[in-house]
Design a protein around this ligand. Structure first.
Ligand SMILES: *Cc1c(COP(=O)(O)O)cnc(C)c1O
Length: 380
């Protein structure tokens, strides 16, 4: 099966990890800080805190804003469940705003409609690697409402020449193996706000105010747990991999862009397959390559491609469709019309740096074949 995404590990990556394994530090050591600094430089952010996953990074972000019971956070339904789960972790309520049908990013107009005096933040997902319309989002919310970018798809993307990481108040990345660069599991929160970064450093380490290394340096056993935190630390071994992977980020981005351009070109004259649009002023990072097909054909195309070993996927089932959300909040079907219609039409085609030209050509051939064999339908 050709996967929709996968990691690309080089000999340099292996050497970097080996070096970390032979060093004095397996968990928090020098590589953690180096990785945080290197990633911050790359995305133009002031402070970075590396953590155990993109999910824990989201939890840290929402916690650091002081969000809790009684508060609301606006999120899009077309995302991985972690985008909304992090709001529940702190006891607040996720409020779903609809998406824009051409990009599947959260709609600033819908966000404006969902605002209440309880709204503390908006989480925008830079879906598939395309930044949200951050200018319109900023304009849509009052001053006290924070903007969080769930940029787990969008490392290396830009919006009006600004890198994702330097736009929202807090930005979150994931280093899961399907993402642009990997540390196995891992994530990072970046921000220009030093107070928020400090809160996250503490939260990732049980809520303790001094790290073990710092205690050693100061020659003291004293530390104080000042709040209830978690063990969300990432290891030096993982950060050694992250540092080495980060050096190849441009190569990864270029290869993804080439694949997307080949798909775009090949589907140009096929009216039953429509790639999502890319907005003016955007540098797309192409974590996913998503097309829309007529709803009534989606399942059959999905199956015919799977049957010939092409690992197509659907990103995502609207979050409020999941049983947990249905049981907790009731059936909210019909709430976000664009999200639900788009969900019925989307397919993610394989895109990752290790995808060979031969595989790419065979995916395009099989997609075209599956559509030619289908009945006459159109994309609504
Ligand atoms: C991958 C992903 C996450 C979660 O990241 P993990 O590192 O797997 O915890 C959150 N949001 C989005 C949009 C993602 O794609």
């Amino acid at each position: 099966m050709i996967p929709y995404g996968r990691q690309d590990i080089s000999l340099e990556d292996i050497h970097s990890v080996e070096k970390a394994l032979r060093s004095d530090y397996l968990t928090t050591g020098p590589a953690v800080g180096e990785f945080e600094e290197a990633l911050c430089r790359r995305v133009g952010a002031g402070f970075g805190v590396a953590v155990s996953s993109g999910t824990s990074a989201l939890h840290c972000a929402v916690h650091a804003l002081g969000i809790g019971p009684g508060d609301e956070v606006i999120v899009p339904p077309i995302s991985f469940a972690a985008t909304a789960n992090c709001v529940l972790y702190v006891g607040a309520t996720p409020i779903f705003a609809d998406i824009e049908s051409d990009t599947l990013c959260i709609s600033p107009d819908s966000v404006a409609q969902q605002l209440t005096p309880k709204t503390k933040a908006v989480i925008g997902v830079d879906y598939a690697g395309q930044p949200c319309d951050w200018g319109r989002l900023r304009a849509a919310v009052p001053k006290g409402v924070a903007l969080i970018s769930d940029a787990c798809h969008a490392l290396g993307a830009e919006y009006n020449n600004k890198p994702v990481g330097a736009i929202a108040d807090i930005t979150v990345f994931s280093f899961h193996p399907v993402k642009h660069i990997t540390t196995g599991e891992g994530g990072m929160v970046v921000t220009d706000n030093e107070t928020i970064a400090e809160k996250i450093r503490r939260f990732r380490n049980h809520g303790i105010n001094v790290g073990a290394q710092e205690r050693n340096q100061r020659g003291t056993w004293l530390y104080d747990q000042v709040e209830l935190g978690f063990n969300y630390r990432i290891t030096d071994v993982q950060c050694a991999l992250g540092l080495s992977q980060l050096e190849r980020l441009d190569f990864f981005l270029n290869r993804r862009k080439e694949i997307a351009a080949t798909y775009d070109q090949s589907f140009r004259d096929i009216d039953k397959i429509r790639p999502l649009s890319v907005r003016e002023g955007v540098k797309h990072a192409y974590h996913l390559y998503v097309v829309k097909v007529p709803s009534e054909l989606r399942s059959s195309i999905f199956e015919s491609l799977r049957n010939v070993g092409i690992g197509v996927n659907v990103h995502y089932i609207p979050i409020y469709f999941h049983s947990y959300y249905r049981e907790r909040f009731g059936n909210q079907e019909g709430m976000c019309k664009n999200a639900e219609l788009s969900y019925s039409q989307i397919l993610s085609l394989p895109i990752h740096p290790k995808l060979s030209q031969t595989d790419l050509e065979s995916i395009i051939k099989e997609c075209t074949k599956a559509l030619l064999n289908s009945r006459n339908s159109t994309i609504s």
